[in-house]
Design a protein around this ligand. Structure first.
Ligand code: XMP
Length: 326
């Protein structure tokens, strides 16, 4: 049942091609799923959002979307998933706010790989718990895309979206964007009417803001990451950089420095801005911002984000620096 991309398949670049693809996948999914139920972990990222929108068209209420908020999402993300899928598209959406559960497990954990393991493991656990509450699910939908298949075939990346679910959870996979490249997923998402800030969203790592709050995550420093990231995204959108710069975010490291505010000494964190461009994320160059934009960002972040008294810009390419700080 798992499709391979035909060698002759034309790259999907326009709405007409996207609509033809959508109709074709709807027919395939309806034939595969029949009157059974399908489960989807809906993160709000491009791939899972497009999969959700396709499945809603194909099987409507037979799709159950589970959105797990691990507390490490960007500002406004869970709200947008609820608005777009729960309200506008009328999806059968289960929203789980597991913030406390994740942050309690992460408390005091400083090792980056350990943090990733906890976040990944807890995610599977929460998702499996929700799946067990539902009756009669036979299918699991996934946002696997064609580069995932190519990379796992080449041994570069173990592709295991379904990996990690307990063995007794034996679902048949539904992968309606499996044969698409990322740019094609976006064209299809646009044709499905998903909002631009979902369709053209920059990459966001699974462990979320957790890896941008280096060392042991605390709620106050995590909030500083979330608020500064929201300001950066807002300013990039206003200045025409959204969808143009490949990835941009803020990091709030776990050290403090002296400052002065309203004539009083402060001892607060710095906020680091990272903005990069790349094609394959193996090599990365830095996006140079205008002096005006930098000044404006510094001013907004130091005045609007509690706990920040200094803003730094990271001019380091990859190599030697990775994109993320952990
Ligand atoms: P690095 O930091 O390795 O990042 O230069 C390259 C790209 O991968 C993303 N990244 C991750 N994505 N889980 C993910 O899903 C992760 O643990 C993870 N770590 C890094 C990063 O955001 C960048 O786009």
């Amino acid at each position: 049942m798992l499709e391979s991309r035909p060698d002759t398949m034309e790259r999907i670049t326009n709405e007409e091609q996207a609509n033809a693809y959508i109709q074709d996948q709807i027919a395939k999914m309806q034939a595969q799923i029949g009157d059974k139920k399908v489960l989807l972990a809906l993160s709000g990222g491009v791939d899972s959002s497009v999969v959700a929108a396709l499945l809603i068209k194909a099987v409507g209420q037979q799709l159950v979307c589970v959105h797990v908020n691990h507390g490490l999402l960007r500002k406004g993300e869970p709200e947008q998933v609820i608005e777009v899928f729960g309200k506008e598209l009328g999806a059968n959406l289960v929203y789980v706010d597991a913030t406390d559960r994740f942050l309690d497990k992460l408390a005091g954990v400083t090792d980056p790989e350990q943090k990733r393991k906890i976040i990944g493991g807890e995610f599977i656990e929460v998702f499996a718990e929700e799946a067990r509450k539902l009756d009669g699910i036979e299918f699991l939908a996934q946002g696997t895309i064609w580069p995932d298949i190519l990379e796992s075939d080449a041994g570069i990346k173990a592709h295991h979206n379904a990996g990690g679910l307990p063995e007794d959870m034996n679902f048949e996979l539904v992968e309606p964007v499996r044969i698409l490249f990322k740019d094609e997923v976006r064209v299809v998402g646009k044709a499905l009417g998903l909002p631009d800030n979902m369709v053209y969203r920059q990459p966001f790592p699974g462990p979320g803001l957790g890896v941008r709050c280096p060392g042991a995550i605390t709620r106050d420093r995590l909030e500083a990451v979330r608020e500064s990231d929201a300001i950066l995204r807002e300013e990039f959108a206003k200045n025409g950089l959204e969808g143009k710069v490949w990835q941009y975010f803020t990091v709030v490291p776990d050290f403090k420095s002296t400052g002065v505010k309203d004539g009083k000494r402060t001892f607060d964190w710095p906020c680091i801005i990272r903005a990069i461009n790349t094609t394959d994320v193996m090599e990365v160059t830095v996006e140079h911002l205008s002096d005006e934009l930098i000044d404006h960002l510094v001013n907004r972040i130091i005045t609007e984000v509690p706990g920040i008294n200094r803003v730094l810009f990271d001019y380091t390419p990859k190599p030697p620096a990775t994109v993320e700080y952990e």
